[in-house]
Write a protein that binds this ligand. Sequence first.
Ligand code: SF4
Length: 642
Amino acid sequence: MPLNRKVAIIDLTTGDIEIKPIPLEMRRKYIGGRALDAYLLYNHMKPGADPLGPDNVVVVSGGLLTGCLASGVSRTHVCAKSPLTGGFGSCNGGGFFSAELAYAGFHHLVIKGKAKKPVYLYVHNGKIEIRDGSNVWGTTVHDCQKIIRKELGDEEVKVLCIGQGGENLVRFANVMTGLKNSGGRTGMGAVMGSKNLKAIAARGTMDIKIAHPQEALEFNKGFVKLITSAKVNQTMGKIGTGFIWGATNSWGGVRVRNFQLNQLEDSETVEAEYLDEISEKTIGPNHMSACYGCQVHCRPRYRIPEGWPYAGEYDEGPEYTSQGAFAGEPGIPIGEVVLVANHMVNMWGLDTLETGSIISWAMELYEKGILTLEDTGGLDLRFGNYEALFEMIRRIAFREGLGDILAEGGRRAAEKIGKDSAKYLIDVKGMQNLHSDERATPALALNIAVSSRGADHLRGRPAIDLYKLPEPVLRKIYSTPIPYNGPLSSDYRDYQGKAWQVVWHEHCFMGVDAVGICKYHTTFLGATLPNFPDWSKAIYYNTGLEMTPEEIWYVAERGYNLERLFNLREGWTEKDDWLPDRYFDEPCALGAPGVRGRKIDREKFKKIRDEYYQHRGWDENGVPTPETLKRLGLDNEPSHIL
Ligand code: SF4
């Protein structure tokens, strides 16, 4: 049964491993995945722990339905205190790892302490071994996985690992699995590196008994039909998520030259269609691949074209985030540059968004004379110089010269660089923004300001706000499963009703993260895709657990509030729920008529942020009230049940 998958508490300092069942009451309260991870981290980590010290705790998980009869149940979640932001660190990636972990008997691994020398964990059919990792320390993400599979003598082993970025404690290093499945954002790779933990290998052949297999199969057929019939997924299945960047650029919603412009001109070769031609030429007609149990196949595969660094080497992606990070932000309208840079960050395990953003910030500092040729070690770090971009990615991964400073993340780097450098940093809570420009879209701007892990598009992005959906359609979406009678507006420039939209999407995303389903399978880019009622059925058919859509909503709310409690405990305040000054002071210079000239209004923004707090049951300082904690059963946390 999926419900009998266990949690293991692993102490790398002592070598002790404790394996526990997950009580049903905890499933009912948290379901699994990210929501239960929030509970485990809040309970197991000492408040104020050094993120790169042995007191930090890494939690690795799959969702409740991982490996079951449901589409897109491929997601792996990793959380710990973030070395980048100092708050709740969290990342979520696709691939095959979490399904293998579930087949090996586990849904959650709680990893504490620090190993004396490099190690990796081997999780195999109910058992966990701590193995010597000296021979994989110093290897790329790609090589590490090959070596471990060879050493274990099993090509079916799935590996979650870090590259040199994580070993070198780059504060935005990723956890990776496969060639490009990235647990990006917030530096979970650096936390693994700080524990001398290079990798976790999983291999399982244990049954996952489905509670109602016939019904689960039938239901999943409809689920898949719904997902694969959505235009957005059909497009992703042909050319990948890269089309999102092109569409956003077309109306002026991307960040260019750090945050000076909002549209990249002459960028045809950055478009997904051009990158798709390279995939077709270098791989062949079947160049799209998928994660575990998914029919969307949104992942392009490619080899780097002749004439470029790493020519002929194989990789996967890029996602729309890499087009933003390596074309838009540094002002380099060349598709091949995106492919090379994507390969570099994948090999060394760096977060694509943070890497591209911080280099683009450094480029602006260089052009403004805040950084000199001496500071850059002779690198001409102007916008558009792709050779400087490649070299700076390498220097960050291996912490050389200015790269060593940038590897510390924007806020620490700004302290070292001094002068006016912090003014040009585009971040929230110490994490740099997605490549998108939210000045014309207050809902999307609110989403990144209040997100529980810093500027983030995957915490609660009401992207369907851009579709001008009729009010009754909006009302139906935003009243499921909890009735909502307040204002709603289908004008993306409006401030009305946007606070509730953000809350709704935050719960929707926490819900899929608890169940373990990919966000492209829910109300994110597609308005007709499944959400709470569908998960209720999938959970019942697969596990036998009866949970109403409303109960799943409250699981999501509970998880989100625990992340908030974690952040408040680590010292964040309502001042952190805010945007960089450029959002308020500098209007969009380019783009469609509805976008050009727009910026965020400080007063109106403060008002919707306050409305957001009210919807959440938080006081004016953004602190959950005692009534809210009691209503959600969080008034006795940390409760140490697990
Ligand atoms: S939609 Fe794409 S990212 Fe999501 S599970 Fe499917 S292949 Fe993976």
